[in-house]
Design a binder for this molecule. Structure first.
Ligand SMILES: [Zn+2]
Length: 194
């Protein structure tokens, strides 16, 4: 099935970092459930190594989905947005978070309906969210500075609130996994002026 093929190749660096960020008891339970033998009383490091070495790619993809769901699955769209903003501020304290309430839904117009790409005009600014291409764009002055630091502007934040929830959730989680667990070889999101 195409869905299996799509998820059959998880980012190895993000998977390793997610596994490293999982407690040893949780790793033991996961390793056993995913069919690894002799997992009890192994060290955290040995468990991570075994899961990366011995599980087939399709199984690693399911494992990755499960680890991601455990971290982000309970968060609302606003909760995910808050995580993205907090992560950007941790990375670069000079980055300022947008005031999300400063723009309202009535100022937004849908220009292109995805998937895979959503385009809006929000208070006169062209805004693009393209999860498949890992691309976010807005031409406002805040994003020109902030986008390079992984920070969203209020227009992009509004775009995520206006998109269908499932699509917004998928895009925000993909962005968070890349930012929080990606390694040097993980393909980054392009965040730049339109
Ligand atoms: Zn903007």
């Amino acid at each position: 099935m195409s869905a299996d093929l799509e998820s059959a190749d998880p980012d190895p660096e993000a998977l390793a970092n997610l596994l490293n960020d999982t407690s040893t008891p949780a790793l033991m339970a996961l390793a056993e459930r995913y069919g690894l033998k002799g997992v009890w009383l192994q060290s955290h490091e040995a468990l991570v190594e075994a899961m990366r070495r011995d599980l087939p790619p399709a199984v690693q993809a399911r494992l990755m989905d499960e680890l991601v769901a455990a971290r982000y699955g309970a968060l609302t769209i606003d909760g995910l947005l808050a995580e993205v903003l907090a992560a950007a501020m941790r990375r670069d304290p000079r980055t300022t978070a947008p005031v999300l309430e400063a723009v309202s839904e009535s100022e937004a117009e849908l220009v292109e309906e995805g998937p895979p790409r959503w385009r809006f005009t929000i208070r006169g600014h062209p805004v693009t969210v393209d999860a498949a291409a890992r691309h976010l764009a807005c031409d406002c002055r805040h994003f020109e500075f902030a986008g390079r630091r992984g920070m969203l502007c209020k227009h992009l934040a509004m775009a995520f609130r206006l998109m269908p929830e499932a699509a917004a959730r998928e895009a925000l989680i993909a962005l968070l996994v890349t930012e929080q667990y990606g390694g040097p070889k993980t393909p980054r999101w392009r965040m730049h002026p339109s």
